[in-house]
Design a protein around this ligand. Structure first.
Ligand code: SF4
Length: 75
């Protein structure tokens, strides 16, 4: 099972919480809206096993559910 993280920037209220919990994954544009640190243009990204915990926590803490996690089965 692989976890995919999707961002919904239209929902983001620029609160800054996600980068506190997962600073290696999330960053912000000049307006404070969430994006992926490594791939700012991407709307989704695979979550590395080592980052699962922090990404899960960030998603749980996001007050507007702008960070969505989905499980994907890999063959
Ligand atoms: S926690 Fe949610 S609302 Fe806050 S900056 Fe991150 S994505 Fe945006």
């Amino acid at each position: 099972m692989t976890t995919i993280c999707r961002l919904v920037p239209e929902r983001c209220i620029a609160c800054g919480l996600c980068a506190i919990y997962a600073p290696d994954i999330f960053d912000y544009d000049e307006d404070g809206i969430v994006l992926f640190k490594e791939e700012p243009e991407a709307s989704q990204q695979f979550v590395r096993a080592t980052e699962q915990k922090s990404v899960l926590k960030a998603a749980a803490k996001c007050p507007v559910r702008a960070i969505l996690l989905e499980k994907e089965k890999r063959r």
